[in-house]
Design a protein around this ligand. Structure first.
Ligand SMILES: [Zn+2]
Ligand SMILES: [Zn+2]
Ligand SMILES: [Zn+2]
Ligand SMILES: [Zn+2]
Ligand SMILES: [Zn+2]
Length: 426
């Protein structure tokens, strides 16, 4: 398995070539100038209103002012909330919960979707890696992803050093991917992809930019992220030997229950499922749980799909899943896909237990989350429900992401658990 075996090209963090205007809003690091992602030798100007964002120069501060003002005004109201953490050392759990609370409050206050960088300003707010206090900190000047207070320098070094290379790689990748648009042409995919076993061989076979398969560039890492969910579903069905089409289905409906807009951003990748399950003519993916970002959309598919008269539609529903399926006007699913399900949450639990009779995919970032889901469901249903398939996912993303919950990194779609059918409902 590839574990970030990057070559020397990856040794240095290269500031991004931000040809797209506003591409800097794609990501946020508290110790980099938000606009140019430079460090200015550590001499950054902190926004003196919200104390959450920095710039290398007055020019860059001005450049970002219009985008930042609304968030800044709202964030300033909650400085009081933050200062309470000066008084005691919260545990990591407390701190993570405080981030979630603040995110929820800010979304409500601003009455709009937060930009990715605004969410990150809350999740990746500067705090000591050990005690979580937020003032007078030094940053790791290799990965720029973790900070420490004077008192905790030694503990920080011990805890952080083993994660620093991964976090540096993550920053490096974000820098290189900022503002880049990718072209892809799915017509190179054959209608039978069964001989491919994992993401690495998928990239090797079907990623048209790979010159030296042993050394991936940022494009390949991005690509694995882009195609991971539909491939996880396709290969999951093969591995679990699910006869999902029941022989004669031409229309196929996926319910995707998620809180992440990435699934919406990567919508076009679902065309791969039309290639894999080539009996399908019409694929509809319903994203459930998200505010519609765009109108329901149809996609311009590849030459091959057009020749076969295939179509791919994307729909949004902000309803909860159990509300959605009880509405007779809505489309019944052939498969249900859920991400990082938290069964401690009552609404989620109702959602899962009132699911329809069709395969249910639980996709998780970690084995422990997957394990918890299995255990909880087994206990709740008195062992009547066992997954037909549960293992590390060969088609996970290889693009690392910062994890505010652990201060390390994670990969999307790392683990997959499939239940054949999940309910007494018909
Ligand atoms: Zn700058
Ligand atoms: Zn501000
Ligand atoms: Zn500390
Ligand atoms: Zn570091
Ligand atoms: Zn196609």
């Amino acid at each position: 398995m590839r574990q970030n075996n990057w070559n020397n090209d990856w040794a240095d963090v290269i500031p991004p070539n931000l040809s797209e205007p506003d591409a800097y809003n794609n990501f946020f690091y508290p110790d980099l100038c938000h606009v140019c992602k430079g460090t200015n030798g550590g001499n950054l100007i902190l926004c003196n209103e919200c104390l959450s964002i920095s710039y290398c120069s007055v020019e860059h501060k001005h450049l970002h002012r219009e985008d930042h003002t609304e968030f800044c005004v709202n964030m300033k109201k909650f400085l009081r909330l933050r200062s309470k953490y000066e008084k005691y050392s919260p545990s990591r759990v407390d701190w993570v919960n405080s981030r979630r609370d603040l995110l929820r409050i800010m979304k409500k206050e601003m009455r709009r979707l937060l930009m990715p960088c605004e969410e990150e300003m809350i999740m990746f707010a500067k705090s000591c890696y050990v005690c979580f206090q937020e003032f007078d900190l030094k940053v790791c000047n290799i990965c720029y992803s973790a900070s420490y207070c004077e008192q905790h320098e030694q503990q920080f070094l011990i805890k952080h050093n083993k994660h620093c290379p991964d976090l540096t790689f993550c920053l490096n990748l974000e820098m290189r991917l900022a503002g880049i648009k990718f072209d892809y042409d799915f017509s190179i995919f054959p209608d039978d992809m069964r001989h491919v076993d994992d993401m690495e061989s998928f990239v090797k076979n079907y990623c048209c930019w790979v010159m030296f398969p042993e050394f991936w560039t940022s494009k390949e890492y991005f690509y694995t992220d882009f195609v991971s969910t539909p491939l996880t579903v396709y290969y999951g069905m093969i591995k679990a030997e699910i006869d999902i089409l029941n022989g004669h289905t031409q229309c196929f409906v996926c319910h995707v229950i998620t809180s992440s807009y990435l699934e919406a951003d990567y919508a076009a990748a679902w065309e791969l499922l039309l290639h894999g399950l080539h009996e399908i003519k019409e694929l509809t993916v319903v994203l459930i749980g998200l505010e519609p970002k765009a109108e329901n959309s149809c996609f311009d598919l590849c030459r091959k799909c057009k020749e076969h008269g295939r179509s791919l539609k994307f729909e949004f529903s902000r309803m909860l899943h159990h509300e959605y399926i009880n509405n007779p006007l809505n489309k019944r699913p052939n498969v249900i896909i859920r991400f990082d399900v938290d069964l401690h949450d009552e609404v989620t639990l109702i959602d899962v237990l009132s699911s329809l009779r069709c395969p249910n995919f639980f996709i998780s970032t970690s084995e422990s989350i997957a394990q918890e889901i299995k255990t909880t469901l087994r206990n709740l249903t008195e062992e009547s429900y066992c997954p037909m398939y549960s293992r590390r996912n060969n088609f996970r993303s290889f693009q690392p992401r910062r994890d505010f919950k652990t201060g390390t990194i994670y990969y999307r779609n790392n683990y997959v658990t499939i239940y054949e059918s999940f309910s007494c409902n018909t």
